[in-house]
Design a protein around this ligand. Structure first.
Ligand code: ZN
Ligand code: ZN
Length: 239
């Protein structure tokens, strides 16, 4: 239903990424070449076995995961937070073109389907955004991605489980340590009964330092979740 509305509202006469003219709609927001390029990140990757960050050379784990084991058991992404993957996030988040989230969610679901270590899964939970961002943007991009990921995986989504309780100043200017400090107690679990004993798939748009999903994972585990896995649209590079 929502897709129908998206298709009514937005003219899709060009690829959302390379602007090649053609007929595009919510299920196919970009051209075949761009879609293939977005998916090719999966094939040529050398990634951290645990958090999924792209690595320059071999080695099973990135320096971050070697230093401290993350609380989630696996995190993966569709591609690196660069070029087209980055543009897609910006289209969704800042241009508020929610319809691109349909295909993005499908591609994230594919990553989960392709990795047996994700399974079993019971529930999909999106990372919440601040009330301030919610007011400004009108929607949570991670919830959009989580919704379409869960729909494709035939899993339930529980969007009210996590809440961001503390306003955080722009994360970008902070150092890694400051970010972690800043995120402490930034998330609470509101409906613990929904996650108790469950295998949770946590969904966010981008994995950079991982501190956001790590804090959310800790909250979910404290609330009684059995285990937490993470999938994001894009991820950073590690070493
Ligand atoms: Zn294109
Ligand atoms: Zn790692």
């Amino acid at each position: 239903m929502l897709e129908f509305l998206f298709d009514m509202i937005f003219p899709h006469d060009a690829c959302a990424l390379c602007r090649m003219p053609g007929i595009f709609w919510s299920k196919k927001p970009w051209c075949r070449e761009c879609d293939a390029k977005l998916r090719s990140g999966e094939e040529t990757k050398v990634i951290c076995d645990r958090c999924g960050k792209y690595l320059c050379d071999g080695g099973a784990l990135c320096s971050g995961c070697r230093e401290k084991e993350p609380p989630f058991y696996i995190a993966r992404a569709v591609g690196p937070y660069e070029s087209d993957h980055k543009v897609a996030v910006k289209i969704l988040k800042f241009l508020c073109r929610r319809y691109v989230g349909i295909r993005m969610g499908e591609m994230m679901a594919q990553v989960v389907k392709n990795e047996p270590r994700y399974w079993p899964l019971d529930l999909v939970v999106p990372v919440p955004i601040s009330a301030e961002n919610m007011k400004r943007r009108g929607f949570n991009q991670s919830e959009v991605l989580a919704y379409y990921t869960s729909r494709d995986l035939k899993l339930k989504m529980a969007s009210g489980v996590l809440a961001r309780v503390k306003e955080t100043p722009s994360q970008r200017e902070l150092s890694k340590e400051e970010r972690e400090q800043n995120l402490r107690a930034a998330f609470i679990v509101q409906q613990a009964h929904k996650v108790q004993g469950k295998n949770v798939l946590l969904v966010d748009d981008v994995y950079t330092t991982g501190s956001t999903v790590k804090e959310c994972t800790l909250g979910l585990l404290e609330a009684g979740a059995k285990r937490v896995a993470v999938v994001t649209w894009a991820t950073g590079r590690g070493f």
